[in-house]
Design a binder for this molecule. Structure first.
Ligand code: NAP
Length: 292
């Protein structure tokens, strides 16, 4: 993308680095994931605190899905954001088997009810599924015209899926592709990432910490020690190294959110990036898109 880097205060007045949607609208490069939130009563207060802390500190992009806890994550977000909806940029997702012309509208309305809002900022097709894509696009367009969603996008779409999408009428209105991306899952660097960048379609990286499995890696631990940081911070900083990709880590406590937010302050050098390339080599050929 050209000139995507605009840093400044956002809806909450907190300072955050931004990127932009194809429409030119700014959104933070760092948001908060919510998969598995809202599922355990004993974690609820920490999770609500995590979402509020994120919003207070500029991580206003909150990612969820009807699938997460069968709506429990959306309900938790609704509770956390009561009275402060306009400060957040909420992304939710429709399950592929719901994504018919009518089913998408019903699923969206259910998500809105759980979230306690009358619009989503972004609505994604969770992964390519059995319903013909043009039906889902028609539904997205109807929802957009009705003011129930502001933007729509896709998730887990490989390059060929994106090409098919863009060949459809209205497909070029796609505003993002949310995919798995972290140090151990670099396949998209070979073709999907440059393909999206060329078309100014921002990529949202999910599971940027590889769900925590990445954090015991010795190269990460070495770098973390050099910066008096944690492996989670270095792993996240790497995803955000060029301000072109949006990262959506999940953190279930305010402390974890604070660690992730402050990862943006770590100045990774060319040598650090080379050390990470040696430990986690970039792809040399096309790999099918990996998913979690
Ligand atoms: N579109 C899709 O198909 C798709 C698929 C997967 C995920 N997603 C989205 O992406 C989000 C993130 O992915 P993810 O949840 O799979 O995994 P992730 O963000 O890679 O990792 C989450 C794990 O990292 C831990 N963590 C967070 N901050 C930490 C810190 N500072 N120090 C140590 N550990 C830390 C969390 O623990 P705590 O909870 O204890 O903080 C949690 O166990 C999801 O929540 C979801 O919104 C989308």
């Amino acid at each position: 993308m050209s000139d995507p880097l605009v840093a400044g205060p956002n809806t909450t007045g907190a300072f955050m680095r931004n990127t932009q949607l194809p429409s030119g609208e700014q959104l933070p490069v760092l948001g908060l994931g919510t998969w598995h939130m809202g599922e355990r009563p004993q974690k609820r207060q920490d999770e609500i605190g995590a979402i509020r802390y994120a919003i207070d500190h500029g991580m206003t992009l909150i990612d969820t899905a009807e699938m997460y806890g069968d709506g429990a994550a959306e309900a938790l977000i609704g509770e956390a954001l009561a009275g402060r909806r306009p400060e957040a940029f909420i992304v939710s997702k429709v399950l592929p088997h719901h994504a018919t012309r009518q089913g998408t509208v019903v699923a969206c309305e259910d998500s809105l009810r759980r979230l306690g809002t009358d619009y989503l900022d972004m609505y994604l097709l969770h992964w390519p599924g059995p319903v013909p894509l043009d039906e889902t696009l028609e539904a997205f367009d109807a929802l957009r015209r009705a003011g129930k969603i502001r933007h729509w996008g896709v998730s887990n779409f490989d390059t060929s899926d994106m090409e098919e999408l863009l060949s459809l009428q209205g497909g070029d209105a796609v505003a993002t592709n949310q995919v798995l991306y972290n140090l151990t899952r670099r396949g998209i660097e070979f073709d999907l990432l440059p393909w999206c960048r060329q078309r100014k379609i921002p990529v949202m990286a999910y599971s940027p910490l590889e769900q925590g499995r990445l954090l015991g890696n010795s190269a990460l631990q070495r770098l973390a020690a050099e910066y008096s940081a944690t492996p989670a911070q270095i792993a996240l900083r790497w995803v955000l190294r060029d301000d072109l990709t949006i990262a959506l880590p999940k953190a279930g406590t305010p402390d974890h959110v604070e660690q992730l937010r402050s990862a943006l302050d770590i100045p990774l050098s060319t040598q650090d990036l080379a050390a990470l390339d040696a430990a986690f080599p970039p792809p040399k050929r096309k790999r099918p898109l990996e998913v979690i």
